[in-house]
Design a protein around this ligand. Structure first.
Ligand code: ADP
Length: 493
């Protein structure tokens, strides 16, 4: 019994132990699972931490690049602003040379333009090179000229990063320009020599980026544009200089011609004036003697002789009239005639002149109409001379207007002048004669002129009087329909 009890107790103890063991194993398994999970989480966290560090490094790099780019862009903007307002080629390169180029991230720069005549690239700018180095670079670039000419032709920027497939070319450029990385961009002005812009650095830590390529492309474009502007400015300047020289020459020539014309004109005026004076004395005697003879103070004359003497008298009157008109023209032309400038009521001047031709109008049944603007201002003029103008123009209008016609006198203000128009319904003037009307002795060959005498001096005198009043005169006409003579006088302020 006691044994049985012992065995039973042992069995119970074994079973209990087994149960406890199983429970422990279970627990351990659970713990192991938890440990595994924790381990995995830890590994994941480690991965993430590594990622964060990596991202941070990347971010720092991007930040640095951004900083570099912003500094570069600022420098570029400053440079662009200055060179775009510079109009001299050499000055443009000087300004770039004086720029702190390191702001753009490079300590070395070189610009060469192709000179077709020399068949060579000529350096126009160098930064970061000694004189000897520049001299050494020049022939090397020129021995590789085809590479650079192709670059200009292609019009594309390239750099150490964009030519990895051509390591030989990269090494050659690095060697010639003594750098470890570079960017080269074509300079393509539409006017003037094309070329290329090189920037580079010896610093192996600085890696060329696409941003650097963009930056140099912009700078090269700006340089090209500035060179083009300078060339255009130079061209315009030269053209202007040439033009100014021509204008000066022409002015000199014209002044000489004008002086010559003035001299000739003075000689003509003096001649007319002295001839007229010379003519006046004998004419007065002829007229005097003819009058004595007509009045039969020296004895009776036959009718035929009297008739001839009256003709002599009439012709002498016409000659005196002509001589007087010539003398007047000469006096006004030479500035010897003094105009008595006084304020005149145009209405009065016109009505005085109209009174004088009223009888002739009535004889030919010509209607005379005056149309003067109501508030027309007074004019500053010599009354006698102004009346002469109206008498001459109205006299011609009556002379060249057939019976039952119409003459109109209009006066109105126009801008800062008074304009007078005298129109008639007469025979008119052929267009080819209009420009010569105001010349001395010019008369149109028309049926009226063949019958009625005239001197061809009236209109010339009128023109001289109007111009002495600082006015202008012109004529418009339609053959067979009529003519209008217009003149202006300045308004007296
Ligand atoms: P004249 O009347 O003595 O011939 P003018 O100098 O006054 O000289 O005129 C020159 C010419 O202009 C006239 O001969 C005439 O042919 C032309 N002419 C002037 N006024 C008129 C007019 N109103 N109608 C037609 N022809 C005119």
């Amino acid at each position: 019994m006691a044994n049985l009890f012992t065995i039973l107790s042992l069995a119970i103890a074994i079973v209990s132990l087994a149960i406890v063991l199983m429970l422990k194993i279970n627990k351990m398994k659970k713990l192991q699972a938890i440990v595994d999970k924790l381990k995995k989480s830890l590994e994941e966290m480690d991965e993430q931490a590594k990622l964060i560090v990596r991202t941070d490094i990347e971010l720092n790099k991007t930040h640095e690049e951004l900083d570099k780019k912003i500094t570069g862009l600022y420098a570029l903007q400053r440079l662009s602003r200055i060179i775009s307002t510079t109009m001299e080629e050499s000055q443009i390169f000087k300004i770039i040379e004086s720029t702190s180029f390191e702001d753009l991230g490079f300590e070395k720069a070189f610009a060469l333009l192709w000179d077709a005549q020399e068949n060579n690239f000529i350096p126009h700018l160098s930064i970061g090179y000694l004189h000897g180095e520049i001299e050494a670079i020049k022939p090397q670039v020129n021995s590789d000229r085809d590479i650079y000419l192709d670059l200009i032709k292609a019009g594309k920027t390239f750099s150490s990063i964009s030519v990895p497939h051509n390591a030989a070319l990269r090494e050659r450029i690095n060697h010639i320009f003594k750098v470890n990385s570079f960017v080269i961009s074509p300079v393509l002005p539409k006017e003037g020599n094309k070329g290329f812009f090189f920037v580079g650095t010896e610093n192996t830590d600085i890696a060329i980026t696409e941003g650097d390529e963009e930056l140099l492309t912009i700078l090269s474009n700006q340089l090209g544009q500035a060179l083009e502007n300078a060339r255009l400015f130079e061209k315009t300047w030269h053209a202007q200089q040439g033009l100014e020289k021509k204008v000066e020459e022409r002015t000199r020539e014209l002044t000489l011609v004008l002086e010559e014309v003035k001299k000739i004109s003075k000689r003509k005026t003096d001649f007319i004036s002295s001839v007229s004076h010379e003519l006046r004395t004998p004419l007065t005697s002829i007229k005097g003697y003819a009058s004595i003879l007509i009045e039969e103070k020296l004895g009776h004359l036959p009718e035929a002789a009297k008739e001839r003497l009256e003709k002599i008298n009439r012709h002498s009157d016409e000659l005196v009239h002509m001589v007087n008109e010539l003398l007047d023209i000469a006096r006004i032309e030479s500035g010897r005639a003094v105009m008595k400038m006084e304020e005149q009521e145009l209405k009065t001047v016109i009505s005085n002149a109209a009174d004088l031709i009223l009888i002739q109008c009535k004889n030919k049944n010509i209607e005379l109409i005056t149309n003067i603007q109501k508030d027309i201002p007074r004019v500053l003029a010599d009354r006698v001379q102004l009346e002469r103008v109206f008498i001459n123009l109205l006299g011609n209008a009556v002379k060249f207007t057939p019976e039952n016609g119409k003459i109109t006198i209009k006066a109105h203000t126009e801008d800062n002048v008074i304009q007078v128009d005298i129109s008639d319904t007469g025979i008119g003037i052929p267009p080819e004669s209009l420009s010569m009307l105001f010349e001395e002795f010019y008369r149109v060959d028309n049926p009226i002129n063949q019958q009625v005498k005239g001197t061809g001096l009236g209109l010339s005198l009128v023109k001289h009087i109007i111009e002495a009043h600082k006015g202008k005169i012109w004529a418009e006409s339609k053959t067979g329909k009529g003519s209008t003579f217009s003149f202006t006088l300045p308004i007296n302020e």
